[in-house]
Design a protein around this ligand. Structure first.
Ligand SMILES: Nc1ncnc2c1ncn2[C@@H]1O[C@H](COP(=O)(O)OP(=O)(O)O)[C@@H](O)[C@H]1O
Ligand SMILES: [Mg+2]
Length: 242
């Protein structure tokens, strides 16, 4: 059997020192297989973003190990981690973080441009195709400020897919959107996940959205307290926000 896409064992994370120390994650063990669709749920402050930042190599755990594609990421220096991140991971955040001085298509090309050291035609063609797939055909030469929130977030999804990463991490990607745009962006993330066979970990507060994911992981106070199919994990919280 091949190694899982990502394997986190015993992750802990603390911020600060001495009396100011806050222990945010405790002994988090999580295995993510290729093509898996996972919703990460939990109350505000339960450690979801902290965990996603560790899984995305944006931060390092205080203890524990994290293997991506069988490689122990703690053994890598920052340069190697950055390279691995740009090759293997795509990110979507709550705010779209599009670069205002770049056109829409250039924003989508950014992950490839960073790796190649500049914009090239092949990347542009791929970025335009991605824009078409997120319903933004013909919008590549517009500027981010000309887009609605929902459109900008769809651009952010296209950008996350630019380097064809096997794992996409989305931290409340629909948190800033109205219900209709939120449904659209979520459906898009799920469709792209299925069509491209990427693994997707999506943080959401919305139980209806979470219930569309095959696997739901719930954090309470920095610990995984449930990990399973949505009908099992979401059962007792349907009525309230997760
Ligand atoms: N850089 C930091 N320094 C100190 N505390 C932090 C830092 N980042 C997060 N925390 C704390 O960790 C806890 C979990 O935060 P977070 O991961 O953002 O939760 P969630 O995304 O589930 O809302 C919160 O209590 C937060 O205040
Ligand atoms: Mg958060």
């Amino acid at each position: 059997m091949s190694a899982p896409l990502l394997e986190a064992v015993g992750l802990t994370k603390s911020f600060g020192e001495g009396e100011a120390r806050v222990d945010v994650l405790h002994d988090v063990t999580l295995r993510i297989e290729r093509s898996e669709l996972i919703a990460l749920v939990g109350a505000s402050g339960s450690g979801k973003s902290t965990l996603l930042n560790l899984l995305g190599l944006l931060d390092r755990p205080s203890a524990g190990t994290l293997r991506l594609d069988g490689r122990d990421t703690e053994q890598l220096d920052e340069e190697a981690r950055t390279e691995l991140r740009s090759e293997r991971l795509g990110f979507v955040f709550q705010a779209h973080h599009l670069v205002p001085a770049l056109t829409v298509v250039e924003n989508v090309m950014m992950p490839a441009a960073v790796r190649a050291g500049g914009f090239d035609e092949a990347a542009r063609a791929r970025a335009l195709a991605l824009l078409a797939s997120v319903g933004l055909e013909g919008q590549g030469d517009r500027w981010p400020r000309q887009l609605s929130g929902g459109m900008a977030q769809r651009v952010a999804v296209a950008r996350a897919l630019m380097n064809a990463p096997p794992l996409v991490l989305a931290d409340e990607p629909t948190g800033n959107l109205d219900t209709q745009s939120s449904d659209q962006v979520f459906a898009l993330l799920l469709r792209e996940q299925a069509e491209r066979s990427t693994a997707l970990v999506v943080v959401t507060h919305d139980p209806t959205l979470a219930s569309r994911c095959a696997r739901v992981v719930r954090l309470v106070d920095g610990r995984i307290v449930a990990d399973g199919p949505p009908d099992q994990v979401l059962l007792d919280t349907r009525a309230r926000r997760v």
